[in-house]
Design a protein around this ligand. Structure first.
Ligand SMILES: [Zn+2]
Length: 442
């Protein structure tokens, strides 16, 4: 064989190898004729194709504008609507279930109900860390899970039975995911220990003064952790947290303390604000919204848990809590504050027997509350539960919108959710990481 023939054969070999790798990179799943609501707040686009390659969205384009790849599985979505996977930005997974075996159907119900990621806002990180490892590698049929390590003042751990249960077996206030912080705590070490749990963020929960909120936040950001706090941390106020640079603040009703004459040192009164006398548009609250907008601080409104508490245990919350919370959330939205969708629950409706595995996830109800009480359009509520919730979770680059390069986490609907927000409940099937999950379990 002459040298030139050998060269030609080698060139052919290289070309055919290239061709194989190009083929392998072709989309594996094509969703055609879909109406796409991409999560950015852009109006729905009809007659679109979404090309999925492995776990990622490869491209979105008008139907027929590119040749259909031969190897791809094609799903004709004529008459169907596609939104990004929903993200519940405030879940407490552990504590809701009696034992590990129960998590599997629970997480499966969330995923098949349209939830492709959850932000767990405090619990037992030994269990959450394990579940997150299984969920995020698709070993478990589940939304992906991101979680926190909690910090609070020492009195919190004595008062709060949930914190005691979530750190059982560890000295109270010294578990890396449930740490008591004082003025003498070695903050860099405490943050490093929290980071060692695999958490995405710190949750600053209660009974911490403003100077500690600032110290912890600066150090957490230095070590690459996010900081998610209660809106009022007692005595630290919402503006103390926002000025410290925290990334998200939780619970609309706690905003009332921004305009209260005094904020107590203890979180026990957190839902007992003076909703009768403090206006949602008090100048202090409007100034807070301005600061939040400047900093990009996200409001994790969590209206549903308070609505349920006001209905079933009205003495545990201040009179007038719901009209006030709806009004303040509406105002925040009008002022341009970013608002996510979180349910502050196990993610599913729960009774004393445990979560209802046949019910739809509560994220749909929280979205409906934003539309029905807080002036959101359905499109804005979808934006809140997708792009904004992904941002709240620290996952902006990976999730939350239907755009090329992002994870293929999608919900296929049989009715238009921009006409009626309750249509997010009409799920044909869910796609997570490029895999289809049919409602009936197939
Ligand atoms: Zn919570």
């Amino acid at each position: 064989m002459s040298a030139s023939i050998l060269m030609k054969r080698m060139a052919l070999l290289v070309l055919s190898t290239l061709a194989t790798s190009v083929l392998a990179a072709e989309p594996s799943l094509l969703l055609t004729h879909a109406t796409v609501i991409d999560g950015t707040g852009t109006p729905a686009q009809a007659n679109m194709t979404i090309a999925i390659e492995g776990e990622r969205i490869a491209a979105i384009y008008p139907d027929g504008s590119r040749p259909a790849p031969k190897a791809a599985r094609v799903e004709d979505l004529s008459g169907r609507y596609v939104i990004p996977g929903l993200i519940d930005a405030h879940v407490h997974l552990t504590g809701a279930e009696p034992d590990f075996a129960h998590y599997q159907p629970h997480l499966q119900a969330l995923l098949r109900g349209g939830v492709t990621a959850i932000r767990d806002m405090a619990g037992d990180d030994r269990l959450i860390g394990y579940l997150a490892g299984e969920a995020n590698s698709d070993a478990l049929e589940s939304p992906d899970i991101y979680y926190v390590a909690l910090m609070a003042g020492p009195t919190f751990f004595v008062e709060d039975v949930r914190a005691q249960e979530a750190s059982a077996g560890e000295p109270l206030g010294f578990a890396p995911w449930m740490q008591a912080i004082t003025q003498t705590t070695d903050i860099p070490l405490a943050v490093a220990e929290a980071k060692g749990t695999g958490a995405t963020a710190l949750k600053l929960y209660a009974n911490l003064p403003a100077n500690l909120v600032t110290k912890i936040t600066v150090e957490a950001h230095r070590q690459g952790l996010r900081v998610w706090t209660h809106a009022t941390i007692f005595p630290a106020t919402p503006s103390d947290a926002v000025d410290a640079g925290v990334d998200t603040i939780s619970h609309s009703p706690y905003l009332v303390w921004e305009a209260a004459p005094k904020v107590p040192d203890d979180y026990g009164v957190r839902a007992m604000g003076d909703f009768a006398h403090i206006r949602p548009d008090a100048p202090q609250i409007l100034a807070l919204f301005k600061a939040m907008k400047q900093h990009g601080t996200i409001l994790d409104a969590t209206l549903l848990p308070f609505e349920q508490e006001a209905q079933h245990d009205s003495k545990s919350v201040g009179a007038g809590i719901m009209p006030w919370s709806y009004a303040v959330t509406r105002l925040a939205h009008q002022q341009g504050v970013l608002i996510d969708v979180g349910t502050d629950s196990s993610g599913l409706p729960t009774d004393p027997q445990g979560p209802d595995l046949h019910a739809l996830p509560l994220v749909h109800t929280e979205m409906a509350l934003l539309v029905e009480h807080c002036g959101f359009t359905p499109l804005e509520a979808i934006h809140a539960a997708t792009q904004i919730s992904a941002a709240a979770m620290g996952q902006s680059t990976q999730r939350g919108t239907i755009s090329s390069g992002k994870r293929a986490d999608l919900v296929v609907l049989t009715a238009d959710p921009t006409r009626d927000i309750h249509n997010t409940e009409k799920i044909a099937y869910v796609i997570k990481n490029g895999r289809i999950y049919q409602k009936d379990g197939s």
